[in-house]
Design a binder for this molecule. Structure first.
Ligand code: 2HA
Ligand code: ZN
Length: 269
């Protein structure tokens, strides 16, 4: 069977990057079993061949109509599929979906009828929101980083911007490359629209959002950058806990040092 990736180097590159990131997630221990998910809005790189591709699934309701997604195309990791398998065989463990013109259903078009992620509701709601505000962000990553999730088990770190300032102060990279910091969403049922709505609200201010006692969501131009932000935040968390396990509380860079960085690089936040 012919793959949708054949003779489409731009699409193939995107899927190759998704597979590379999926491998990193597994290697880092952030992707137990089927944990985590990835979706990428590929609507800007489709062609007539893709538009004319017949559906290979029924029309499946989205749960609520999403106006900005009408006729859009997304690559989605499959539900119940492992990241480590997505890394090796992306088109067997994920699929390309098309949103129907009513914005209320999706159908799978390639390569195999692999049902998309259990977090499709939250991912598509976020894409709907990003498109609506004219954002250039196309990739959404959800994963379960051990260190960052552990930190959400401490109520002190759930206070607004507490974790952001702590993580920023561990290493200058985090201040520079996660300039919006990290938002916190109190625990909600996984896969729920409540979780999706709270995430969207937080994405008004942040590019990375922590789901209490569950995981993180990161949005960016592409999947590599979405991964890089979580990786950088996790590095800070590692430095914090390494210092703690050596028996001391790390001092962290000072507010003045962080502000110096902010001015030098013209950073938001
Ligand atoms: O897809 O991580 O939150 C598995 C999950 C659900
Ligand atoms: Zn999860």
């Amino acid at each position: 069977m012919k793959s949708i990736l054949e003779n489409r180097p731009e699409l193939a590159k995107q899927i190759h990057d998704v597979a590379e990131v999926a491998g990193y997630l597994w290697q880092k221990g952030w992707a137990e079993r089927n944990g985590g998910n990835i979706t990428v809005n590929i609507s800007n790189i489709i062609d007539d061949g893709i538009i004319n591709m017949p559906a290979i699934s029924e029309k499946i309701p989205l749960g609520k109509p999403m106006q900005n997604l009408k006729g859009g195309y997304f690559f989605c990791k499959g539900t119940n599929r492992r990241m480590r398998d997505l890394a090796r065989f992306p088109m067997e463990n994920g699929s390309v979906i098309r949103i129907t013109n009513d914005g209320a259903h999706y159908e799978i078009i390639a390569d195999h009828p692999v049902k998309p992620t259990s977090e499709l509701a939250s991912h598509l709601s976020i894409h709907n929101y990003l498109i609506g505000k004219g954002s250039t962000y196309k990739a959404i990553l959800h994963t379960h980083p051990i260190d960052l999730v552990a930190m959400t088990h401490n109520p002190v770190f759930l206070e607004k911007d507490k974790l952001t300032h702590l993580l920023w102060s561990m290493i200058p990279e985090t201040r520079a490359f996660c300039p919006h910091g990290v938002g916190i969403i109190p625990y909600q049922m996984p896969s729920s629209f409540e979780l999706a709505d709270a995430t969207i609200q937080a994405l008004n201010q942040y590019d990375v959002v922590m789901w209490e006692k569950h995981g993180v969501v990161s949005v960016s131009e592409n999947i590599m950058e979405a991964f890089d932000m979580v990786d950088t935040l996790s590095k800070s968390a590692q430095i914090y806990l390494t210092a703690k396990s050596m028996g001391f509380v790390p001092t962290g860079t000072t507010v003045e040092q962080m502000n110096e960085l902010k001015e030098a690089f013209n950073l938001p936040g």
